[in-house]
Design a protein. Structure first.
Length: 296
């Protein structure tokens, strides 16, 4: 049986992850659930959390700090945004009413251009906790990739890109679905596609259709098609985000293949980036919130 001093929660749209934590920030045990925010109505969050925590709560309520979409308008309780420029953990936590002691970290907002983030602010806080006095640009790849300018411990500005969601939609719900199925990958096709849209982003819509045409006419296959689709979209994102990353110190937060694609694409532009593990920085950010004692 694990008896935590507090519980760290990363509650996204599709999954819930929880860690039983000691007061010093050490992980005692990790658990997960497929009951993400997107599958729950407001009255289902507490039962889902109790189900995952199980015996962690045998001795009564334990303080919990949560980040992610659990604090969205359609989540458990809306945690209002903190406006940039500000520290990533700038505001008090939002307390959830009910029988559990749950506090949610607010997201960040930007008035112009209009933008918001939830969950990434905790990863940024964690990255800064692990890399004191760091300044530069952080890239957080995902369904909605983020580029955040960080200076003097504050998020100065940020931009979001629907690159991951566009890839999912195009590969499943357009004519490209006939060409990109499978897991094959051709790195040369990815690199060429990144360069193509970095230099001529206005050709993106036409270049996307050429994926299907090249498959039909030349039999390029799914490995080329899938890599080319990813490269075109990431290249267009890098082109739009160039004012952020050009000439800056860059960190890419994420684990696995997706983050590595961004690192390789940036390296090809003579923009080396340091990769940080998403789970490690998320835990560091949740721990920073705990240690700061941010309470409502």
């Amino acid at each position: 049986m694990t008896t935590p001093d507090w519980i760290a929660l990363d509650w996204g749209t599709t999954h819930l992850r929880g860690w039983a934590m000691s007061g010093s920030g050490a992980v005692l045990e990790e658990r997960g659930s497929a009951k993400g925010m997107g599958t729950l109505s407001p009255d289902q969050f507490e039962p889902a959390l109790r189900e995952m925590c199980g015996d962690w709560l045998d001795h009564g309520p334990v303080p919990m700090i949560a980040c992610g979409m659990v604090g969205a308008r359609q989540g458990w309780v809306e945690a209002t945004y903190s406006a940039v420029p500000c520290a990533p953990l700038a505001s008090q936590l939002t307390q959830v009413p009910g029988g559990l002691d749950v506090s949610i970290i607010p997201g960040l907002s930007q008035a112009e251009p209009a933008d918001v983030m939830r969950g990434e602010e905790t990863q940024i806080a964690g990255f800064l906790a692990l890399n004191p006095n760091w300044s530069g640009v952080l890239c957080l790849p995902g369904s909605h990739s983020k580029w955040a300018h960080v200076s003097a411990g504050e998020v100065v500005s940020f931009r979001s890109f629907m690159t991951g969601e566009l890839f999912a939609a195009l590969s499943a719900h357009t004519v490209l679905r006939h060409s990109v199925q499978g897991t094959d990958w051709k790195e040369e096709a990815f690199a060429a596609a990144v360069n193509e849209t970095l230099s001529r982003p206005e050709r993106l819509a036409s270049s996307l259709f050429s994926i299907r045409a090249a498959d039909l006419l030349h039999g390029h296959g799914s490995g080329v098609a899938r890599a080319r689709l990813s490269g075109l979209l990431i290249g267009a994102e890098l082109a739009a985000a160039k004012p952020y990353w050009l000439g800056q110190q860059i960190g890419v937060i994420g684990a696995g293949d997706l983050a590595e694609l961004y690192v390789r694409a940036l390296a090809a532009q003579a923009a080396p980036a340091t990769q940080a593990d998403a789970t490690a920085v998320t835990l560091a950010g949740l721990t920073a919130a705990w240690k700061q004692g941010i309470t409502s």
